[in-house]
Design a protein around this ligand. Structure first.
Ligand code: GLN
Length: 467
């Protein structure tokens, strides 16, 4: 695999490789395979993974896709990385992402864009674009990602793989470089729902080092909630002739409105029809506040980012400019040089909406909208449906260079993913066919599953049944 990664350098997916460490992990896994380890603990032994360059890692650099952290080496591992190491997985290295996870195409990475393995002219999606590309290219069996507003689900969709972002608080944020802390959540990406279940089993669980971590979090397919179970067991929940009989699928009309590409809509509708053929019933629902997710998110996320990124002051760590007149000048110059354009823009927006006089008009208002969006989902889950289905992204992967110049276009593309983070719900993306790309070439389409809190087991079981 290390050789294949080298042969696939053109993809620009990997940002740091450490052959010695990878081989050491592989040898360790090999040894454990031959000795004791009981079967429950050996299921992931030796599984080759790649980690998003947002998780801090001992032995591999952590740059967060930024010049600011170009040479940063963490003295400790993120909890998610420790958990996967403990399960015996083997890290093939760190993979690229948009700078500080801000973006939807992996075009805002300091080292340049990642190419989509399906077609080198299109983006892999973002911000976990390197993770998705590495899995889709077969360089690893799974990858970690983070999802603040769609960054696990959207690149998974655009690269034709699976991705899940669990309920906020299910996986630890300790050691995940912070973008917008009330929205950030770790997730996993892989080829199918079964692999996701195993990886999610490994990364979920209480972590006292993360104040928003939830104490017991696993549910079962039929009993969502804080019950300890395992996701892998949930997979086999639906059997028989009409395995999905009794499952009510909510299809929000707002997810099929203006802006959605026709061919993407057709692929998603066909997948919903297939689930109906498996016994599920379809319920047309409405999530009336969907359109407000974009303005609310692009106030709240930059607000939190402006605060989180204040730590890069060129004193404690990060890029430091070579010439400066005084302390303030040093920080200002270093931040201007170290952060890319998208990050600087968001810091400015965030600072603005939090400033005295604008706080009530923008930030507080956005928080009210956030509450309404969360309540909209709760009404649907309480009265109408068990799971919500729709597209992940309005289009297939766009050509490199076609979206990132236009901030509005890039931000509008997040319409179907942002609400999930604003509400803290679990969201998942699975491949559901193809639609024509910018040259008419077939590119993958993703189907999004949105579940109620702690309903990951059921979502994975539905995906397993569909696949
Ligand atoms: N595209 C969104 C943004 O740029 C979401 C990114 C993410 O989930 N990290 O903020």
């Amino acid at each position: 695999l290390l050789q294949e990664i080298e042969q696939n350098q053109a993809l620009n997916a990997f940002v740091d490789i450490n052959k010695e460490l990878t081989l050491a992990q592989a040898l360790l896994a090999d040894k454990q395979l031959t000795v004791g380890a009981d079967s429950a603990n050996r299921v992931l032994l030796g599984t080759p993974l790649a980690h998003k360059d947002i998780f801090v890692t001992e032995g591999w650099r952590t740059t967060a896709g930024s010049k600011m952290l170009r040479d940063y080496l963490s003295p400790f591992n993120a909890t998610v990385i420790d958990a996967l190491n403990a399960a015996g997985t083997v890290s093939l290295g760190k993979v690229s992402c948009d700078e500080f996870a801000m973006g939807s195409g992996n075009e805002h990475a300091a080292i340049g864009p990642v190419l989509n393995p399906w077609d080198h002219e299109v983006v892999p999606g973002g911000s976990s674009g390197g993770s998705a590309a590495a899995v889709a290219a077969g360089l690893v069996l799974g990858a970690t990602g983070t999802d603040t507003g769609g960054s696990v689900r959207q690149p998974a969709a655009l690269c034709g793989i699976c991705g899940i972002k669990p309920t906020y608080g299910v996986a630890s944020r300790f050691g995940m470089i912070a973008y917008a802390s009330s929205l950030d959540q770790a997730g996993v990406m892989a080829n199918n729902a079964d692999d996701l279940a195993l990886l999610l089993d490994a990364i979920s669980g209480f972590d006292p080092r993360d104040a928003t971590s939830i104490e017991t979090c696993h549910g079962t397919a039929n009993a969502p909630g804080r019950i300890l179970a395992d996701y892998n067991k949930c997979l086999q929940s639906y059997v028989g002739d009409k395995p999905l009989k009794g499952i009510r699928i909510g299809v929000p009309k707002e997810y099929f409105g203006q802006g959605l590409n026709n061919d993407v809509a057709t692929a998603v509708q066909a997948a919903i029809a297939e689930l109906e053929a498996l016994g599920a019933s379809r319920v047309d629902i409405s999530l009336p506040n969907t359109a407000y997710a974009i303005p609310a998110y692009y106030v709240i996320a930059p607000a939190e980012a402006s605060s989180n990124l204040a730590r890069y002051d060129a004193v404690r760590y990060g890029h430091r400019t070579s010439e400066y007149s005084d302390l303030e000048d040093m920080t200002a110059r270093s931040r201007t040089e170290g952060f890319g354009a998208e990050v600087r823009k968001r810091i400015m927006i965030g600072t603005y909406v939090l400033s005295h006089g604008y706080y009530d008009a923008y930030y507080l208002q956005a928080q009210r909208v956030r509450r309404l969006i969360a309540e909209g989902f709760q009404t649907a889950f309480a009265n109408q449906c068990d799971v919500i289905l729709g597209p992940v992204n309005p289009t297939v992967a766009p050509a490199i260079g076609s979206v990132a110049q236009d901030a509005t276009a890039e931000w509008l593309g997040d319409i179907y993913t942002l609400s999930v983070n604003l509400a803290g719900l679990p969201g998942m993306s699975i491949p559901c066919g193809f639609a024509p790309g910018h040259r008419g070439q077939p590119l993958p389409v993703g189907l999004q599953l949105i579940g109620n809190y702690f309903d990951e087991g059921r979502m994975l079981a539905i995906a397993h049944t569909y696949q």
